[in-house]
Design a protein around this ligand. Sequence first.
Ligand SMILES: [Mn+2]
Length: 329
Amino acid sequence: MAAYQAFVTLATNDSYAKGAMVLGQSLRNHNTTKKLVALIGPNVAEACREALASIFDEVRVVDVMDSGDSAHLALMKRPDLGVTFTKLHCWTLTQYSKCVFMDADTLVLSNIDELFEREELSAAPDPGWPDCFNSGVFVFRPSKETHERLLTFCDENGSFDGGDQGVLNSYFNTWATADISKHLPFLYNLSSVSIYSYKPAFKQYGHEAKVVHFLGKTKPWNYSYDPQKGEVRDHAALPDSCHLHPDYLLTWWQVYAKFVLPLLQQAYGDKPFTSGFVEATPPPTPPPPRPAQNLSSEERKQRWEAGQIDYLGDDAFANIKRKLDSFLK
Ligand SMILES: [Mn+2]
């Protein structure tokens, strides 16, 4: 009997790998006692794998293309479901007795280890169609049989939405009606979209959010960050950016800046990579001091008394100090 339990995420490219790093770090920051597993696609760069490996207990490459098993066969028939098959691969992690899958575009805001008290398949409602669960956060039991059944099901039925959420909702099709304990509170998968579609509810309950899910095309890593000002840039400039709540977006970047970027810098060494930080703007250089205007002392006194103080020229502090010094000698 497998003893360990794990949080599992998936990154198919370097951008999602950054998301996975922030997610993993946010779990660590909230003192999870569970193992952390990152499934990655074969295209994820070596440096990203290295950075992932310093946050996650296990980084496993999933290459459905050359796995030579039934997942590969299923993919041959349904090439459109490539990422879905990669995600379904999480059911093969049978060294763990129970897992919680979390999308790489989620961020943990408090300890959520209590999710492991739930059974397969527990998930939160999807904001777009609440009789479906959202597959960004779900509790499952790794099992080779379930994996095989899911692949066969995919093969025979496809996915009604083209992704894993469609497949999983069709397969676990009693979720909406059979057992309320499998309905995770929405706070475990608060999609940034709902904040705006039901503002009073967000005002009432939003502070209790445990996991935020950055749904939509624009992800936190598509923005840039000004570390000097501690500000996220391009907010509102990118498409559907209004869907991302600025506070959560800032939290994401703060975790990235403090914990993830140093790991990436170490892993990449001298090689360039996209940090997401805006270039530091140098402070405005002060104009060079003007040469003294050779006014008579009386003219300067008049100007001074009239409030026309030549801070950068005759009355510059350096000149005043020199004068004082000459008196104090
Ligand atoms: Mn997602």
